[in-house]
Design a protein around this ligand. Sequence first.
Ligand SMILES: Nc1ncnc2c1ncn2[C@@H]1O[C@H](COP(=O)(O)OP(=O)(O)O)[C@@H](O)[C@H]1O
Ligand SMILES: CC(C)(COP(=O)(O)O)[C@@H](O)C(=O)O
Length: 280
Amino acid sequence: MVRTAVAFSPGHISGYFRRVEGSEPSTTGSIGAGVVISEGVRSTVEEARETSIRVVRQGHATAGSPPVEYALERLGVAARVTTECRLPIGAGFGLSAAALLATLTAVNHLFDFGLSADEVAAYAHEAEVLHRTGLGDVAASRAGGVVCRTGAGIHAEITRIYPEEPLYAVSLGALPTASVLSSDEAMARIAAAYPDRCPRDLPDFCRLSRGFAERSGLVAPEVRRVLDACDAAGVPASMTMLGNGVFACGKAAERVLSGLGEVYTLHVAHRGAYLIEEKP
Ligand SMILES: Nc1ncnc2c1ncn2[C@@H]1O[C@H](COP(=O)(O)OP(=O)(O)O)[C@@H](O)[C@H]1O
Ligand SMILES: CC(C)(COP(=O)(O)O)[C@@H](O)C(=O)O
């Protein structure tokens, strides 16, 4: 019988960030603020002779995930991995980090590596940074909350608050994170746009994020239309970094967004990645 382990990791919506360039992946990352969300990635890992990754979303499967394949190779294991998520990929919901954290959490148990949560996160962070799929998402998604990261990497100082109210998001399509992180010009605008303080609560997070989005020059025309509709209704909203999407706070947000795309109701997560089951 083939042994299997299943784990889940929450995703993370980044509201604002600034790249921090270190001498190695562990000291490279970002500072910034975001929300760790109840939705994320579930990963099922089975022993196998050769590695294969199946990425399933809404009943549709695609093959391959360079960051996850890299992380398995780095740990010296071959496995059959299936990741499942409800939110769209590449849309600023931190799913690459969630896929890595969920998969490595399951791998750690399946292969009896005995890695600490810190070590699992360090491998996930390295894969993210090297593949330019994220900078601060692994650090954020190690636990829950509205997070403010004041240093780069997984050991940096992070404050977390746990508001009860939900937030709402719509996605208008993907924006490959690597395309933005590889642009020096975009990175310079982002650095200059950074709001130099942590959010007090969820509405404050939305406002600080919006100021950043405007100054960064990243707002695309479709995102602008959704932000305009939110502004007209007095709903605090900003852009999912880095994706073509919008998140919004407050009671009227769901109604305003519902005419503009599929609305995801998201709750602030209370915990990071965890093992769901191990069989047999
Ligand atoms: N659910 C997932 N399962 C496996 N790999 C994933 C998943 N989500 C993202 N990835 C990997 O990350 C890449 C996209 O990274 P990125 O643009 O940062 O997406 P996101 O904004 O969702 O984190 C994908 O091409 C894929 O290699
Ligand atoms: C904004 C981003 C660089 C990418 O986030 P995503 O597109 O969700 O992978 C994030 O990792 C951050 O450092 O804040």
